[in-house]
Ligand binder design. Structure first.
Ligand code: SF4
Length: 366
């Protein structure tokens, strides 16, 4: 790399002053976050799982509410999956919540304490290399790195590496960990990436480690690192049946595996056929509601909700999915429920919640 500007950078791997400079900056400038300074392993695990692919500002409220609802491993292990998903509602990537729930059950089975070592933590459901490294270093003081997207960007710029591989990052990050304060060190690097060495417009003028930065010296901050290539999400149009009966709407639990597994949603079915399956009589033709577009990691879904008002064949007739008066198939009865739109007590994904609101508005305007 050619250094076009002010200095030849010092080597961060060989100079202990580098770590001291970054840690000192962290000690005085770190944001005050609800999980900052926390060393309880369960709480650290919860914060790290919530922060995966999710903004800090979003996580703040969820973290406190979650700990009020599930203050420890036992309370989480004892909870129903519906309660767990409800507490996670709106945070997205619901697989994380289900894995956290499973991990709590595993930990309790093994005596109730989280394992201390990164290698053992990795055996828990949903705990990958990053999360295991974060928990092991922050809660247990193990001198292991935790490499997330922020750390990738910071190290790539510091060392002038355009396309760091996982092995390259792991090796450099491991060599840099401050052995006396590994948890603080990992948080300091992440904090640096989140607040100073940001993806766009890094604040190099106020950077405490600019003297060690190859990208700053070469003027290549904006180009490093090259973004990891991602496949474009596929597009799919999905019809939803918004079946109404007796001022209630029908929702169905999705299969446990796959997209939004275990969550409740409007059935992806043709509404008239579904009404008949429930033993109901369609009260007219299905009415299209506004499309709802939602972007998942690998999928852009355009939901097309179709609202159909239904009636029972005769007053007081039982319908197919309603708990005590259910008469439909066992599968339909156990996986569906009629809900009052104002009192849904199970988790609905964001797009499904929008469909519910659209239906409520359309009903009020009808
Ligand atoms: Fe990042 Fe700029 Fe600091 Fe280098 S000098 S680490 S590019 S903020």
């Amino acid at each position: 790399m050619k250094y076009t500007s002010k200095h030849t950078p010092k080597d961060p791997l060989a100079d202990p002053d580098f770590r001291a400079a970054l840690l000192s900056h962290y000690d005085t400038h770190a944001r005050d976050l609800p999980w900052r300074g926390e060393s309880d392993p369960y709480r650290v695990l919860v914060s790290e799982v919530m922060l995966q692919q999710t903004r800090v500002e979003t996580v703040k409220g969820y973290y406190d509410r979650w700990l009020e609802r599930f203050p420890d491993v036992d309370s989480l292990a004892d909870a129903s999956e519906d309660d767990v998903l409800k507490a996670w509602e709106g945070l997205g990537y619901y697989r994380r919540a289900r894995n956290l729930h499973r991990a709590a059950a595993v930990v309790r089975e093994r005596g109730g304490s989280l394992p201390r070592a990164q290698a053992e933590l990795r055996a828990l459901p949903g705990v990958g290399e990053y999360t295991a490294g974060a928990v092991a270093s922050i809660a247990f003081g193990e001198a292991v790195p935790a490499v997330d997207g922020n750390v990738r960007r910071v190290l790539a710029r510091l060392m002038g590496e355009a396309a760091p591989t996982a092995g390259w990052l792991r090796e450099r990050a491991a060599r840099l960990v401050e052995p006396t304060r590994p948890g603080d060190w990992n948080q300091a690097v992440m904090e640096h990436g989140a607040t100073v060495c940001t993806p766009q417009a890094p604040k190099c003028g106020e950077c405490p480690v600019a003297d060690w930065c190859a990208a700053d010296a070469a003027g290549t901050q904006a180009e490093l690192p090259v973004p990891a290539k991602r496949a474009a999400p596929r597009s799919e149009r999905i019809r939803l049946a918004v079946l109404e009966w007796d001022d209630l709407v029908l929702i169905r639990r999705r299969a446990p595996d796959g997209l939004l597994g275990g969550l409740w949603a409007f059935p992806e079915e043709e509404p008239v056929a579904l009404a008949m399956e429930c033993g109901l009589v369609p009260g007219g033709h299905p009415v299209p509601l506004t499309d709802v577009v939602h972007r998942f990691t690998h999928l852009e879904a355009t939901y097309q909700p179709m609202w159909l008002e239904c009636e029972a064949p005769s007053p007081g007739s039982p319908v197919g999915v309603s708990g005590s008066d259910a008469t439909g198939t066992d599968e339909l009865n156990s996986e569906c429920q009629w809900v009052d739109a104002d009192a849904v007590d199970v988790a609905l994904p964001v797009a499904q919640r929008k469909v519910l609101d659209l239906w409520r508005t359309a009903k009020e305007d009808a």
